[in-house]
Design a protein around this ligand. Structure first.
Ligand SMILES: C[S@@+](CC[C@H](N)C(=O)[O-])C[C@H]1O[C@@H](n2cnc3c(N)ncnc32)[C@H](O)[C@@H]1O
Length: 179
């Protein structure tokens, strides 16, 4: 099975016309591994996170890092618009999912991201999506974007309070592009 970053790279290559020369924003980058891979493929990458990059993060010279919560990130400070914005395992942590999604959709021409269904073990339930809310999210996206791909996976993972108890949840992955 492909790792998650290889999959994102494949999605940009096959669905969004390639990586080289694109301006890409990685929201919630954590350790900077994905922006370094994208830069190696010729993208001009900005990565942001609410936390600092680990001091030993490799390849920090290959991309721009800004420590800032996405909610306060002002794109005009750095660049007006990105070709692609990525949020891998990040959107369910942001305040106010509708506002965050709107801002994430406006920040770039195309987006690659995932969100989680209810019962995810870390994410607060108000920031995850029931099947009905996924349909509402699709409607919100379709106002401005085409949905190039949508994938749904199901998992059973141990809960934090009891490792013997399994929590059943869904993951929804989107690739979308402005109309
Ligand atoms: C589960 S990790 C995912 C990291 C990385 N995208 C990956 O898939 O490996 C979530 C990341 O989102 C960051 N994060 C949480 N809230 C954020 C916010 N409001 N603005 C920007 N980053 C945030 C966390 O610091 C963390 O690095």
């Amino acid at each position: 099975m492909k790792n998650k970053f290889a999959l994102i790279i494949e999605q940009i290559n096959t669905q969004l016309g390639g990586i080289a020369g694109k301006t890409i924003l990685d929201v919630g980058t954590m350790n900077g591994r994905l922006p370094a891979l994208l830069a190696d493929s010729g993208a001009i990458v900005t990565a942001i996170d609410i936390k600092p990059l680990p001091q030993d993060a490799p390849n920090q010279d290959k991309f721009t890092f800004i420590q800032i919560p996405f909610e306060y990130f002002n794109i005009s400070e750095e660049k007006k618009h990105y070709d692609v914005a990525i949020a891998e395992n990040v959107l369910p942590f942001l305040a106010d999912k509708k506002y965050s999604m709107q801002k994430f959709l406006e920040i770039a021409d195309a987006q690659v991201f995932n969100v989680w269904g209810h019962n995810h073990v870390w994410a607060k339930s108000r920031l995850t999506y029931s099947p009905e809310q996924i349909e509402q999210l699709k409607s919100q996206i379709l106002e401005t974007h085409d949905i190039l791909s949508f994938d749904e996976k199901e998992y059973d993972t141990p809960t934090i309070s009891n490792p013997n108890e399994l929590s059943h949840w869904h993951e929804y992955t989107f690739v979308v592009k402005r109309k």
